[in-house]
Ligand binder design. Sequence first.
Ligand code: GLU
Ligand code: ZN
Length: 317
Amino acid sequence: MPNLKNPSPPADGYRGRFAPSPTGPLHAGSLVAALGSWLDARKNHGKWLLRMEDLDAPRCISGADQEILRQLLACGLTWDEEPTWQSQHQGRYKKALERLNQLQIIYPCTCSRQDIANTLETRGVMTPRNQEMVYPGTCRPHPISAFDEVERLATEVAWRLALPPGLTIHFEDLALGQQTQDLNREVGDFVLHRRDGIFTYQLAVVVDDAEQKITHIVRGADLLNNTARQIYLQKTLGYETPSYLHLPLVLDEHGEKLSKQTLASAIRTENAQQALQELRKAARHLGLRDLPDGKETSIAQWLLAATQAWDRKITSS
Ligand code: GLU
Ligand code: ZN
């Protein structure tokens, strides 16, 4: 009788991924996530997959996906299976949403951001700047029943996941150690499908990581706060939970996360010397020291040395 509590690792072993949003070319911050996840996969003799998270069409920039592929190749960060685009997998997300509907744990919400802010204000709840508002549950029916055809009803409403009370998620980050989040207090019923008809990152990332049998998620620490939500969704949908490792963020001179919103500039990869320069910067950020720095070092040699030197723990020290 197999032990169901401790399933053996999947037969094909480690499967990692890099999942950029094609809202612009790679910048120093996204290269750190690419390099960290690539090194962790290579060190563990695993596969490294590439997934374009292009569901939020209004934020995507045409051609950015191709530019990201070119930049990765210029840096020698090669992938092992055909890259995928989330925009081509709408059916998967729809199915997952329908499944949650059958479980009677989603409901439509018509609140605008301003409505939510007003409700929170009347309840005396202050949301710190840069933090998401915790949804106060205004539209949540008691009890929730299954809605027929979520898709047909999905105009002008957002679909939210109803969290059970007392939902605290614990997980171990491979670099940062034990993490805990009280989802009701810190997040609230979160959106899976937006009013404008777009499936959210939270739902899509969980469905695709399961679909692609990802075993290890290595990504920037800006996403740490999303992990508990994703683990809860995995459990609800009956998926396995992968291992997580969050990498230190690259901050600009104002202490803000580098992002396309803060107009972070693209990494330079016109020639091998430039690409190697960018890789060296990203590696220093990951805590890797003493890598070959001679002019005659090739990208392939350098990546081999970096893979040998890669150590999950040093990324957090
Ligand atoms: N697409 C997300 C981003 O670029 C990353 C998703 C993930 O790694 O989970 O921020
Ligand atoms: Zn609402």
